[in-house]
Design a protein around this ligand. Structure first.
Ligand code: NAD
Length: 297
């Protein structure tokens, strides 16, 4: 196998964002509605601040109304719940997300449960997780695995009948990835294996994967001898490792890119692979939420 073709998440997300900007303009023109997203940040976590600002910026680029709410790091559960209820009842707001992780005094599960399922554009609420699992598309799909499915689609990869191996079983990536790949839907229909920290003989599974999705949070964990010749390798990982540059660090994935690129048929780089898709799919979900709440779909 020659060097793998790179799945360009930057270019694919740019195309999706462009289409969504046109859809936002159409909604304004033809239906007189503007999608709105509320982004709630509790505390001052620097990485969370960066993520929140990126989401707000993307809203502006696409013409989506955004409402950034910042609560202090000492905010109480009651204060956060009061804000969520206010946003649930705000007609300008179609989607709500509370940036994770919140400070320790905040029970994230309770906050997620308080977000109206109709506005749960992150798809963390049990109602939407259930809809995703049963293949009911009246809910939302969680942004990162939804982004992986879109990358496969835009790269011409049909998972039907293929062995897809998911590394990781988190509620944000691994489990929903499994649920989406196994659906009886176009682009899915895969035979799915989920591996995790207690899996034995991991390599046996990864080497039999036609499509390998790595979401474990360990820098460059997947080595060249762990993948099959010609596999499609999707790297969800975003890990900071020390580097001899101005910032003092660089980002790497969960896949040893240099070792796997010569063996895979398609591979996502880090950065520039799955990463940019997450925000694109958040915008997509916000537009869907707006259409649902205005009875346009
Ligand atoms: P997590 O820490 O919640 O879950 C990691 C999973 O990996 C666990 O289910 C665990 O069982 C499994 N695991 C750990 N060690 C393992 C091992 N040795 N062998 C097999 N499985 C093992 O992580 P997460 O939230 O799912 O995130 C995973 C990675 O994806 C992280 O690098 C994170 O930064 C990244 N991420 C990226 C995006 C994005 O927008 N691209 C979004 C979410 C997460």
């Amino acid at each position: 196998m020659d060097t793998a073709k790179i799945i360009d998440g930057k270019a694919i997300s740019a195309k999706i964002n462009e289409e969504n900007a046109l859809e936002v303009a159409r909604l304004a023109r033809e239906c007189n509605v503007q999608p709105g997203l509320a982004v709630v940040l509790v505390g001052e976590d620097p990485a969370s601040q960066v993520y929140v600002n990126m989401k707000v910026k993307k809203c502006h680029e696409l013409g989506i109304f955004s409402d950034k709410r910042v609560l202090s790091k000492d905010a109480t559960m009651e204060e956060v719940l009061t804000l969520v209820h206010e946003l649930n009842n705000d007609p300008k707001i179609n989607g709500i997300l509370v940036q994770s992780p919140p400070p320790p005094q905040i029970d994230e599960e309770k906050i997620i449960a308080a977000i109206s399922p109709n506005k749960d554009v992150d798809c963390f609420n049990a109602v939407n997780v259930g809809k995703m699992l049963t293949g009911d598309n009246s809910g939302f799909l969680p942004c990162t695995p939804y982004g992986v499915m879109q990358l496969l689609k835009h790269s011409g990869v049909d998972a039907c009948g293929k062995h897809a191996v998911v590394l990781g079983r988190s509620n944000i990536v691994g489990k929903p990835m499994m649920a989406m790949l196994v659906q009886k839907h176009a682009g899915a229909n895969a035979t799915v294996t989920v591996c995790h920290s207690r899996t034995q003989n991991l390599k046996e599974y990864t080497r039999s994967a036609d499509i390998l999705i790595a979401a474990i949070g360990i820098p460059e964990f997947v080595k060249g001898d762990m993948i099959k010749e010609g596999a499609v390798v999707m790297d969800v990982g975003i890990n900071r490792v020390e580097a001899d540059n101005e910032r003092g660090y660089k980002l790497v994935g969960d896949v040893d890119y240099a070792a796997c690129a010569g063996k895979a048929s398609l591979i996502t780089p880090v950065p520039g692979g799955v990463g940019p898709m997450t925000i694109a799919m958040l915008m997509d979900n916000t537009i869907k939420a707006c259409k649902m709440q205005n009875n346009l779909i």
